[in-house]
Design a protein around this ligand. Structure first.
Ligand SMILES: Cc1cc2nc3c(=O)[nH]c(=O)nc-3n(C[C@H](O)[C@H](O)[C@H](O)COP(=O)(O)OP(=O)(O)OC[C@H]3O[C@@H](n4cnc5c(N)ncnc54)[C@H](O)[C@@H]3O)c2cc1C
Length: 500
């Protein structure tokens, strides 16, 4: 059976009152162009060429269209092209250099660094291209670049199918995939890129190419982890697996004073756990969850988040020992639709808050690493800040480091420090906490970084993020984007390296 889904336009939170830039040093250097600076004739010509919509600063919808997930980012493109198809993407790519403008590319708009938007340049906005077509017999999904995870999961789950994606349903498939992508299914089925079969890409010269193991294989290698450096993907083809529709999942919440014991046992437990079982650990203040006693709400806790894909009775037996890692405040675990679980964390990750994240990879969770997590979770600067340990050990580790651009195949855990708060006045305090924890935990981390969790000030981590794959990436960049047209991202410079 073959089905196609065209989701409704996304509903965005009103973040228009957020004005960033307590952190000016984090801002993209603007080209200082305005709508007026682009000739009316050039804009009119582009309007005639594209099927989608051109949004200018003078348009009523401009402020809504330029909103992205992280409310700290407030950039003003000179022109936004809301593309309707690959042809529009090609026209928009040509238009920018012809008019001396930078390009930013927006998929789901979730990137923490805010690279979806630029100041005074052209934002190529793919967010209205959200169709997902599923070929259930072939177990393949064909996904447009504006699709969010919910679009993908809804279409694939109609056939009891899925592929590894992230844990927040409003994240964009495109950015997540191009940077690597991991989530609950990663232990069993690998990273998102390990399930990418082919993609359609528009390159810097406006050409449309198909990439796969057998077509433009170098470019296919590069886009599996190399981010948006090489062109704009207009369609992805993914492998699908039988998942659910019911899985076993939920939370066990422990008191914070048992953190060391719980995390030490967690570390031992996951060493031999089957790959169908995933368990992540979160240190944060307890949200007002109904299964927790009221006096626990707002207090620091340790949460084990469990996910089992397989027979529910078997999964129930497997997770039993987790309950004895301490004396839980409460738990909420049960069989539920995979599609619903993929949205379970959405209420904690809504758009409109201020966010600053830092991340490390770990090949093991040493005592030093656990101690630093517990120390900093004991001084969370806001009720929304959290420290998250994602378990990725499994299928992703069996892929050779040089077989895709994403090299960190030895990473068993990905640590993410979610600095998250509401008020601008708290920027400095919350960012300082995230940075201090990042520094304190660095000695226990492995080399490298996950580009999808990097802030824009971390350009100096890009080479480390690609390790021994960097030089090959720089060569491919030179071949496909010698002028570094796609540079508003975690940028790989064309080799030989040149400044911008
Ligand atoms: C709340 C939240 C939860 C997250 N959870 C996870 C998770 O569980 N697992 C995980 O792996 N990651 C996760 N991430 C990180 C996520 O993978 C990145 O933020 C990713 O960049 C989001 O993709 P997007 O399309 O939404 O981003 P956008 O901000 O739209 O795009 C980010 C960048 O990707 C590039 N890009 C986007 N689309 C294209 C395209 N079609 N062609 C070429 N380049 C393109 C561009 O350089 C763009 O600037 C999470 C992020 C957030 C904010």
């Amino acid at each position: 059976m073959n089905t196609t889904t065209q989701p409704k336009a996304p509903v965005r939170a009103d973040t228009s009152s957020f004005q960033p830039d307590a952190l000016e040093h984090l801002g993209t250097p603007a080209k200082n162009r305005s709508e007026e600076a682009i000739s009316r004739e050039a804009t009119e010509t582009l309007k005639r060429k594209v099927k989608g919509q051109i949004v200018l600063p003078s348009d009523l919808s401009y402020d809504e269209v330029r909103q992205i997930w992280n409310a700290m980012i407030d950039r003003r493109p000179a022109l936004i092209v809301r593309c309707a198809d690959a042809g529009d993407v090609s026209h928009a790519i040509s238009f920018a250099p012809e008019n001396g403008l930078e390009i930013s590319v927006r998929g789901g708009g979730h990137n923490i660094a805010g690279s979806a938007l630029c100041d005074g340049g052209v934002t190529i906005d793919l967010s209205t291209m959200r169709r997902v077509r599923v070929d259930a017999e072939k177990k393949r999904a064909y996904v447009e670049p504006g699709a969010i995870l919910a679009d993908f999961d809804e279409a694939a789950q109609r056939h009891g199918l899925a592929t590894p994606l992230g844990i927040n349903s409003t994240t964009g498939v495109a950015g997540l995939t191009l940077g690597g992508g991991f989530g609950w299914l990663t232990r069993k089925y690998g990273m998102t890129i390990d399930n990418l079969v082919s993609a359609d890409v528009v390159t810097a010269d406006g050409k449309r190419v198909r990439v796969s193991e057998s077509e433009n294989a170098d470019l296919f290698w590069a886009i599996r982890g190399g981010g948006g450096n090489f062109g704009i993907a207009t369609q992805f083809e993914f492998k699908l697996h039988e998942v659910g529709p019911e899985i076993l999942a939920g939370l066990i919440v422990f008191p914070f004073d048992q953190a060391k014991q719980v995390l030490t046992r967690y570390r031992e437990f996951v060493e031999s756990a089957p790959e169908e079982l995933n368990v992540w650990a979160i240190l944060r203040k307890a949200p007002p969850l109904p299964f927790l006693p009221a006096d626990v709400h707002g207090k620091e806790v340790v949460v084990l988040v469990t996910f089992y894909v397989g027979n529910v009775a078997q999964g129930t037996k497997l997770i039993e020992p987790l309950r004895r890692f301490g004396t839980p405040h409460g738990e909420h675990i049960g069989a539920q639709p995979y599609r619903g679980w993929q949205k379970a964390f959405d209420p904690l990750l809504t758009p409109g808050a201020r966010n600053y994240w830092k991340s490390h990879n770990f090949t093991e969770l040493s005592d030093g690493a656990l101690n630093s997590m517990i120390e900093f979770a004991g001084k969370l600067p806001s009720p929304q800040c959290e420290i998250l340990i994602g378990l990725v050990a499994g299928a992703a580790n069996r892929v050779p480091a040089d077989s895709t651009a994403y090299p960190h195949r030895d990473a068993k855990f990905v640590l993410n420090v979610h600095g998250r708060w509401d008020e601008r006045k708290d920027d400095e305090r919350c960012i300082a906490w995230a940075r201090a924890f990042f520094r304190a935990s660095a000695p226990y981390a492995s080399d490298g970084a996950y580009v999808n969790f990097m802030t824009e000030e971390e350009g100096d981590r890009v080479a480390a993020a690609y390790g021994s794959n960097y030089d090959r990436l720089a060569q491919i960049k030179k071949q496909y984007d010698p002028d570094n047209l796609f540079h508003l991202n975690q940028n790989i410079k064309p080799s030989p390296r040149q400044g911008r």
